[in-house]
Design a binder for this molecule. Structure first.
Ligand SMILES: [Cu+2]
Length: 512
């Protein structure tokens, strides 16, 4: 047991020590304990220190080189309060350049940590900002252009928890690591010599990088012992490319209380909860029947992602209810949802997401050669069609710039357009033309989804969001930017399938 876990358990046991002996925790013998990221709050000077560093972690008894913030893998959960300023000192102790992007946090482009916010190896960058938004579970991760996929795969990711008055007044479970539990879910694969087996190549540029091992907070299939009652899970899909479909192994319902940008008007009961890469949802689960169960991810119909073992449900974490009762509850209503403004006369923008058809075909061929027919997840016809279209073309295709928006691969120094600060705009994100999944993310805003891949959004996706599903059809979002972003620190709009992003499916835009 790590010292941190021990402290956590001591604290939990301390709180429960009034209970009779039969109420005490009986630790599971074999399964690893779910590690809980340390809460990092601003100090008396409103300061937080993060160091991106190289280290090592153990997987399957093997030592593997990993990267983390303030540790070997992943990072702390940075807890901020809406309206309170914070200064973050970011030291880069990695052997290469990196950036730290505050995903979902509405702050000026200058401090947003996009690909222009480079921190050289050995250097420190200090950013100050004041989150003004609603309570939400956000996250931070690298955004180094062309390297984001690799740096995230190496382990760089941490949570940002924003609190506000409203969220504190609700009776939701709030005991960090006890009944308010983060689940950072990622897939990885390893080389025999103890490294994370990452490639950015034609195959991953087309379908994304994926692994064969599922990790939850950095360990495979851990266990969490939870007080009996309402358990709050803060889910983050931190995978590079893999869509998750979260469920309880015994089909007990999940009550979604928050999406990317904050609390929903009321809980939404679901039995399955798909999460695109980069997305967060907070769910409450009732454990009052005292029966243990697993949180699992079910197979998804995404190219490359049904390869074994992901052709079957994969356990994420075992939940073992304790005898002691939990203190939180599931409120009937959460927060007031502001009505959508009138959509008449809004500035409209069209972002056409495009994959070079040659990359599309070559990527699928590579996938089929390596993993067989089933890896295509029913897209065989599409591949044959692409093959006919591309016959004799595509020699010298540069996969590093083969993913595009509106016909252009990402250009660092050429923002695509300027948005007027504080004005609503209606953006259409079109995936028409290829059959690939594009989880699309926009910096500097929490938006509302008007239509999602040609349909009205599901109830739990109709609140505050920063990532939207685009897959062969159109999605429309209502965006507004309340901070400025100059050309030197433009905001990004991009596919959050990290290998699509790294190979060009991203544009910068300014706000003034
Ligand atoms: Cu994409």
């Amino acid at each position: 047991m790590h010292r941190r876990d021990f402290l956590k358990y001591s604290a939990a046991l301390g709180a429960f020590s009034m209970l009779p002996a039969w109420g005490r925790v009986i630790p599971a013998a074999k399964r690893p304990t779910l590690p809980i990221p340390e809460l990092l709050t601003p100090d008396a000077q409103s300061k937080i220190r993060l160091t991106a560093q190289a280290g090592a972690s153990q997987f399957n008894g093997q030592k593997v080189a990993t990267w983390g913030y303030n540790g070997n893998l992943l990072g702390p959960a940075v807890k901020l309060t809406s309206g309170k300023p914070v200064t973050v000192e970011i030291r880069n102790a990695l052997p290469e350049e990196t950036t730290v992007h505050w995903h979902g946090v509405e702050i000026p482009g200058e401090v947003d940590g996009g690909p222009q916010g480079v921190i050289a190896s050995g250097a420190t960058r200090t950013v100050s900002f004041t989150p003004q938004q609603r309570a939400a579970t956000c996250w931070f991760h690298p955004h180094q252009h062309g390297k984001t996929g690799h740096q995230v795969a190496m382990g760089l990711a941490g949570l940002v928890l924003i609190e506000d008055v409203e969220s504190l007044q609700l009776m939701l479970p709030k005991q960090w690591g006890i009944d308010d539990v983060p689940l950072i879910i990622q897939d990885k694969k390893f080389t025999a010599d103890g490294n994370i087996d990452y490639q950015l190549d034609v195959m991953s540029a087309a379908v994304g990088w994926f692994g064969d091992t599922l990790l939850c907070n950095g360990v495979a299939y851990p266990q969490h012992n939870a007080p009996k009652g309402w358990l709050r899970l803060r889910l983050l899909n931190g995978c590079n490319a893999r869509t998750l479909k979260i469920a309880a192994s015994d089909n007990r319902p999940l009550y979604v209380v928050a999406s990317d940008g904050g609390l929903l008007p009321e809980p939404v009961k679901v039995s399955e909860l798909p999460l695109l890469t980069g997305e967060r949802f907070e769910v409450l689960v009732d454990t009052s029947d005292s029966k243990p169960f697993d949180i699992v991810t079910l197979p998804v119909n995404q190219m490359g992602m049904a390869i074994a073992p992901f052709d079957k449900p994969q356990p994420v974490v075992r939940i073992q209810p304790l005898v002691i009762p939990a203190s939180g509850s599931l409120p009937d209503t959460l927060v007031k949802a502001p009505a959508l403004p009138s959509l008449d006369g809004l500035q409209a923008r069209w972002l056409q997401l495009m994959m070079d058809p040659m990359l599309d075909m070559m990527g699928m061929q590579a996938l089929q050669e390596k993993y067989g027919e089933q890896a295509l997840a029913g897209h065989q016809q599409h591949m044959q069609m692409m093959g006919q279209m591309n016959h004799g073309h595509g020699h010298g295709m540069d996969f590093h710039n083969a993913n595009k928006i509106n016909g252009k691969a990402f250009e660092m120094n050429a923002p695509a357009f300027n948005v007027a600060k504080g004005q609503y705009e209606r953006w259409t994100l079109s995936g028409e033309g290829d059959m690939m999944l594009h989880p699309f993310h926009i910096h500097g805003t929490q938006f509302r989804i008007l239509t999602e891949n040609g349909k009205p959004p599901a109830a739990h996706r109709a609140g505050w969001k920063d990532t939207v599903w685009v897959e062969g059809a159109r999605s429309e979002v209502l965006v507004r930017f309340d901070h400025v972003a100059p050309a030197e620190h433009a905001y990004m709009a991009h596919c959050h399938l990290l290998e699509h992003e790294d190979t060009g499916m991203m544009l910068g835009f300014t706000v003034s």
